[in-house]
Structure formats: structure tokens, C-alpha cells
Ligand binder design. Structure first.
Ligand code: FES
Ligand SMILES: [Fe+2]
Length: 348
């Protein structure tokens, strides 16, 4: 399996788990049921009833914060233990389901799929998404991508593609050269690209709204094991300091469903909500969301889907990719993923 288990993944946007509702997801090829208990805290349990394997997500919530199987009525507490067998007095030992650790933070519900003790400090922060911080945030979207999550990590850590695939919207095909720097840690990679003196791409022109025709594009993308990416993209006047720019923070949160499908959670926030003369209207918020959705859904998704299909069909022809200057960041991330998978699967 190409999955790192001992790390945090986004299970759901907080706003997608309503009180009294039951949601289900496949995460790392495991079915998981989600709901909120009486205090509103999110709960995640293995979504297979140990009796006859009905999905608990087809059951009903109990007043005490548990869930009852919809087939023969076994009742489970929020910790996954069976608390009632309506057919007799005995509760069999094996009548229990796994409970997954969750943390709700920055308008996201994070899940830990591994066996090691979860460390909430490892969850990367996306504080620009938290409503209390006052940023103008686009709608929170969830796209289904027909590919291995690692192809999307490659896509995002090599932002040179914005100049070609997103020509005019996020970058410019006649300005592909950039100063690139890459820094790494045990569980993260950060790539910064600076493209000098290029025509201001449409998304940034809309935010700047000052008629600037050319600018410097600063783009930093940070990846945290295994599917968390945060983008800080801004344009500033040619030759100016980065702090003089304006742009967006982007959240790109990948949750592997299977080896061939990935849930892609995206949202962006306006960086300088109160910049003098900047536009922060609802119209701009919506337009920003639409432009980004267009870029990811109409440009990235078909390209990555086509790439994934070719790699599936022609494994030998695609075994050994050509390496360019732009590939250092993605290669570092893939090496970290490989190392963690190997460590998790090596005998203790
Ligand atoms: S399948 Fe759940 S109680 Fe029978
Ligand atoms: Fe892209």
C-alpha cells in the first residue's frame, strides 16, 4: 500500500458534518463512519458492523452519543465498544469496532489512521481558514480525483506548471523561469519560486485591482506528510519586497481514498483583507473561488487523470521519468513518503 498511516489526514470539512447526521468516507482503503456526539464533538468509527458486516453508516444515532447498526440493532458507544445486544444479555467480546482519533481545528476534522500514538502537534495549521481569524475565505470544496495522491503532491510541489497549464490565470507561459529554493525536514518540504517581472496573472490582477500590468510573483508551497499542502502566492511591484505584495493563502488537502482515488479539499483566503484600495467584496470572494475551481477542476484534474491513466496502462514506459530542475521539491517529498512507508512496514 502506498499510504503513510501514522500522520494526520483531513477527514471532512467541519461544515460538512452536521449534528444529527451520519457521514461515511473511505480513507486509506478503510471505511469510516462519522457523526457528532451530544456535545457536538466529532466521532469516527470503523464502518463495518462486526456481526454481519452491515455499514454502521446505514444505522441510527443514539441519544447517549452512540450509534446503532441498522440491520440487527447492535448498539455501539462513541468509543466503539458494544453497549447493547437487543437479542440477549451477552455481549460477545469481538463485538466492537475501531475508534479513530480526531481533532477539529481550523474548520477541518483531522483523522489519525495509524497504530502509533497520535500527536496533535503534528497537524499543520491552516489558521487562515478559521472563521475567527477574519480572513475572506472562498467556499470550501471537495473534489474527487481519479489518481494516486502522490501525483497531486507532485503537481503542487512543482508550481512551474502554473505557467503552462494555468497560463494567464495563475502564471504566464512566456515567463517560466524562476528562482527556486527548496528546504526540507523529516516530514515536510517547502518550495519557493520567485518569477520576476511577468505580466500580472488574472487571479492576482483581480485582487490587486490597481491596474498593474507587470509584477513579481512569489509562490511558496509547503507540504506536510502525507497530503497537506499550503500555498502562499502573491504578486508585488517589480523589484519590491515580498511584504509589499498581495495574494492568497491556499489550502490543498489530499486524503487518499484508494490507490486510484483521492479526495482533494481546497479553499483559499485573501491575504490582506484590509489592504488600502483592495477589493474584498462578496463578488471578489466568489470570483476567486470560481477561478480556482476552474483551474483545479478543468485544468489540473483532466491533466492528472490522463497522466494517471497512462501510468496505469504503460507501467514500463513510465517507470523512469526525465528529471528537470523543477523536480527537486517533488522528489524530496516522494523520498520522505517512501521512507515513512518503509519504516511503518519494517518488522519492529
Ligand atoms: S449486521 Fe450489525 S447487528 Fe447485524
Ligand atoms: Fe495546477
Amino acid at each position: 500500500m502506498p499510504f503513510v498511516r501514522n500522520c494526520w489526514y483531513v477527514a471532512l470539512w467541519s461544515e460538512d458534518l452536521h449534528s444529527g447526521a451520519i457521514e461515511n468516507r473511505i480513507i486509506l482503503s478503510e471505511p469510516v463512519v462519522f457523526y457528532r456526539d451530544q456535545q457536538g464533538q466529532p466521532v469516527a468509527l470503523f464502518d463495518i458492523c462486526p456481526h454481519r458486516f452491515a455499514p454502521l453508516s446505514k444505522g441510527r444515532l443514539l441519544p447517549g452519543g452512540g450509534i446503532a447498526c441498522g440491520y440487527h440493532g447492535l448498539e455501539f458507544g462513541a468509543d466503539g465498544t458494544c453497549i447493547r445486544n437487543p437479542h440477549g444479555d451477552r455481549i460477545p467480546n469481538r463485538a466492537q469496532v475501531k475508534r479513530y482519533p480526531l481533532v477539529e481545528q481550523d474548520s477541518l476534522i483531522w483523522i489519525w489512521m495509524g497504530d502509533q500514538t497520535p500527536d496533535p502537534a503534528l497537524i499543520p495549521r491552516y489558521d487562515f481558514l478559521d472563521p475567527v481569524n477574519g480572513y475572506t475565505v472562498t467556499s470550501r470544496e471537495t473534489l474527487t480525483m481519479p489518481c494516486d495522491y502522490r501525483l497531486i503532491v507532485d503537481n503542487l510541489l512543482d508550481l512551474s506548471h502554473i505557467n503552462f497549464l494555468h497560463d494567464g490565470i495563475l502564471g504566464h507561459a512566456d515567463a517560466p523561469r524562476a528562482d527556486i529554493s527548496v528546504t526540507t525536514g523529516d516530514r515536510w518540504v517547502e518550495v519557493t519560486r520567485i518569477s520576476r517581472n511577468l505580466p500580472v496573472p488574472a487571479l492576482f490582477a483581480m485582487l490587486l485591482n490597481d491596474g498593474s500590468e507587470r509584477g513579481d510573483l512569489w509562490n511558496t508551497i509547503r507540504w506536510d506528510l502525507a497530503g497537506c499542502l499550503k500555498n502562499d502566492a502573491l504578486v508585488c511591484p517589480v523589484g519590491a519586497d515580498r511584504n509589499d505584495g498581495d495574494g492568497i493563502f491556499g489550502a490543498h488537502l489530499l486524503t487518499p481514498v484508494t490507490e486510484e482515488t483521492t479526495l482533494y479539499h481546497i479553499a483559499a483566503a485573501r491575504q490582506k483583507t484590509a489592504r488600502a484600495g483592495s477589493e474584498t467584496s462578496e463578488e471578489v470572494r466568489q470570483r476567486l473561488g470560481e477561478l480556482r475551481r476552474f483551474a483545479f477542476e478543468m485544468q489540473d484534474q483532466p491533466m492528472i487523470a490522463a497522466q494517471a491513466e497512462i501510468m496505469r496502462k504503460y507501467p514500463e514506459a513510465t517507470h523512469h521519468p526525465v528529471f528537470l530542475e523543477i523536480d527537486t521539491g517533488p522528489a524530496q517529498a516522494q523520498a520522505i513518503i517512501k521512507r515513512h512507508i518503509a519504516a511503518e512496514n519494517s518488522p519492529a
